[in-house]
Design a protein around this ligand. Structure first.
Ligand code: DX5
Ligand code: ZN
Length: 216
């Protein structure tokens, strides 16, 4: 599978959101990455349903919603109705992860599970066959523009090996500090979806920055 690029609208200019959404529509990007933070699971608050719905109204590509919130079961239906195509919850936020994953699928969305940098990949062993997507966090979630954690290569390779037989079509996504300096190594390790916030939105030519990642 060719790898996918998911620019994170967390780094967009919210006063010009439609402009930035259209930039992504017209670029080589594949998905919109939508970061939801509640100020509890992570120390930052991002945005909620009005912004997700406004994005969906203009987006011509799927919305990849990443929930960094406690007890995400409360809001799965609302995010599906707001336009999520995939919903990713955190392993660390879900005591009944299997139930949560089934609920996401029943809403007609792709189901993803994210693991924080300190969570071992082995925790996914008994759920990986049921997932559409695993998100390996390569920074501590909460903020854009952080430094990539090098141990991520090992974790991606572990997820790839763990899913090779039971789930060969799994999306293995990396989120945090991704750019042209590490994307090739991550592809070699087995990742196939790349979130990019700062590396896209801080570029003078954002569309060209997306193309550079897509053609890596
Ligand atoms: C971090 C978020 C990321 C963030 C990535 O908590 O989950 O999706 O937007 O931003 P960069 O690419 O700037 O690290
Ligand atoms: Zn994210």
């Amino acid at each position: 599978m060719n790898h996918l690029i998911a620019p994170s609208i967390l780094s967009a200019d919210f006063a010009n959101l439609q402009r930035d959404v259209e930039m992504i529509n017209n670029s080589e990007a594949d998905w919109f990455h939508v970061d939801i933070m509640d100020g509890m699971f992570v120390p930052n608050i991002s945005f909620g349903f009005p912004v997700v719905k406004a994005t969906k109204q203009h987006a011509t590509k799927p919305l990849d919603v990443h929930l960094m919130i406690v007890d995400p079961d409360r809001y799965l239906k609302d995010f599906a109705e707001a336009g999520a195509d995939s919903i990713t919850v955190h392993y660390e936020a879900c005591p009944h992860l299997h139930r949560t994953v089934q609920a996401i699928k029943q809403l007609g969305c792709r189901a993803g599970v994210a693991i924080n940098p300190a969570t071992p990949t082995a925790m996914l062993k008994d759920i990986i066959a049921d997932l559409d997507l695993v998100l390996v966090m390569s920074v501590n979630p909460g903020f854009g523009g952080q430094k990539f954690i090098e141990h991520t290569y090992t974790k991606v390779a572990e997820v790839k090996a763990m899913s090779a037989n039971s789930n060969p079509n799994l999306y293995i996504e990396v989120d945090g500090g991704v750019g042209e300096q590490n994307i090739k190594g991550l592809i070699e390790a087995g990742a196939n979806v790349f979130v990019a916030g700062n590396s896209v939105f801080s570029a003078a030519d954002q569309s060209a920055a997306i193309s550079l990642l897509k053609r890596s």
